[in-house]
Design a protein around this ligand. Structure first.
Ligand SMILES: *Cc1c(COP(=O)(O)O)cnc(C)c1O
Length: 423
């Protein structure tokens, strides 16, 4: 029996998968309506099981920077699959991916590959605690570092959509050493702090750029306290530019976390740092970390295929596409008389209703509480444009989005904004 409607699939899904989804934001809880079930995707587009086509700005939350089903990625993955999907033994492909990753980022000397951004951030914190011998971790409200226990507090992204400050099931003990500070303000850092973990451009509470000097001052404050600075570059890494946020802002952390882009749409993450710090990891050092599928041959093949496409021209094109979209959206909202701001950092675009670009989580929430995103999202979806089903996500144009796709998106946005202004 085949089900061909989104509604019937969602009903079946809810019987066997909690909420019908394998990641909460996909359930459309904060935008209303039923989620569409994807049948296939290619380039800038996804098609649902009912045959509707959407211009996709989710792109698996940025994992598909080349667009969906890029022919070189498909070929790399199928070529690798034919040689075996996992061995639990080292391969040349993981060495090559590690070489490509460290080559692009100043100060990054070694990486350990894992299977998700969550694992990367969780392991980075363990490593920081292990090498400093300290317990405390400072994180910023509205920054998201995956769903490991100690990092969920005041997480952005889906945690924010759920309206949870963290999660039931996370013990007080698990977060006792987590300190949450407001973004864009340098917190107090003393000698009990193992590390400060930060999204160098916050992209899980909408898009909140770092204020001038924030990252530099954070670096200085960490140095003063001998605490490690961890950049969670799971979104920004290899996306903002070749050298990620490190390259863009010229500030080097001690430890980096990566994910999304580097797996070309397969499950991958990585964390890394200087050879000295990474020597803390087993088997060289006492900090344990492991993974059955770590360095998986399909994922490394996909990651290598993606990085091979990301030359200077590609970053230039991607940023030009983002600029076209951001400037167009501003024009559309102004014309419709809808108060909205559209921040942009390189290839990343944000959207907040209201008059000001938020500087922190409280200000981002104030925008979200205006309650306009859901209606805008639904109107865009009806016009064939798929934004993320939550107000705390960002807009991910890919290299597959053409100028015509952006123009079509802006035409849809003009209709959606007019409807918002005059409901
Ligand atoms: C997506 C994300 C993560 C978590 O990555 P997963 O692969 O979903 O576990 C961590 N940090 C940041 C900044 C992210 O955007």
């Amino acid at each position: 029996m085949t089900d061909t409607t989104n509604r019937s699939l969602f009903e079946r899904a809810r019987k066997v998968i909690p909420g019908g989804v394998n990641s909460p934001v996909r359930a459309f809880g904060s935008v209303g309506g039923d989620p569409y079930f994807v049948e296939r995707a290619e380039g800038a587009y996804v098609w649902d099981v009912e045959g509707n086509r959407y211009i996709d700005y989710v792109q698996s939350y940025g994992a598909s920077i080349l667009g969906h089903a890029h022919p070189r990625v498909v070929a790399a993955v199928s070529g690798a699959a034919a040689k075996g999907t996992t061995y639990g033994k080292p391969t040349e492909s993981e060495v090559r991916l590690a070489e490509e990753l460290v080559e692009r980022v100043d100060g990054l000397e070694m990486v350990r590959l894992v299977s998700s951004g969550t694992e990367a951030a969780m392991s980075a914190v363990r490593l920081a605690r292990g090498v400093t011998g300290r317990d405390k971790v400072v994180k910023f409200a509205g920054n998201y570092h995956g769903h490991s226990d100690s990092l969920l507090a005041a997480g952005g992204s889906g945690v924010a959509n759920q309206g949870l400050s963290g999660s039931v099931g996370v013990t007080a003990g698990a977060v006792a050493d987590t300190v949450v500070a407001p973004y864009n303000v340098v917190p107090e850092i003393d000698d009990s702090v193992a590390c400060v973990i930060v999204e160098p451009v916050a992209a899980n509470m909408g898009l909140v750029p770092p204020v001038e000097g924030f990252l530099e001052a954070l670096r200085t404050a960490c140095n003063r306290a001998d605490a490690l600075l961890v950049f969670d570059e799971v979104i920004t890494g290899y996306r903002l530019e070749r050298g990620g946020a490190t390259g863009r802002f010229g500030v080097q952390p001690d430890v980096w976390c990566f994910g999304k882009v580097i797996g070309g749409g397969l499950p991958v993450g990585a964390f890394g740092g200087s050879s000295d710090i990474m020597a803390g990891l087993a088997p060289l050092g006492p900090v344990y970390q492991a993974g059955t599928l770590s360095g998986n041959p399909l994922a490394t093949a996909a990651g290598l295929a993606v990085l091979a496409e990301l030359d200077a021209a590609a970053y230039g094109r991607l940023t030009a596409t983002a600029t076209h979209l951001a400037e167009g959206l501003r024009t559309v909202f102004t014309a419709a008389g809808v108060a909205a701001v559209v921040p942009q950092v390189g290839p990343l675009v944000g959207l907040f209703f209201g008059e000001v670009v938020p500087r922190d989580y409280d200000e981002a929430r104030t925008s979200v509480e205006l309650g306009l995103y859901a209606a805008f999202f639904r109107a865009m979806l009806a016009e064939g444009v798929a934004l993320a089903p939550g107000p705390y996500e960002v807009i991910f144009p890919s290299l597959a989005h053409s100028a015509a796709d952006i123009d079509a998106t802006l035409a849809a946005a003009a209709k959606a904004a007019t409807a918002l202004a005059d409901p």
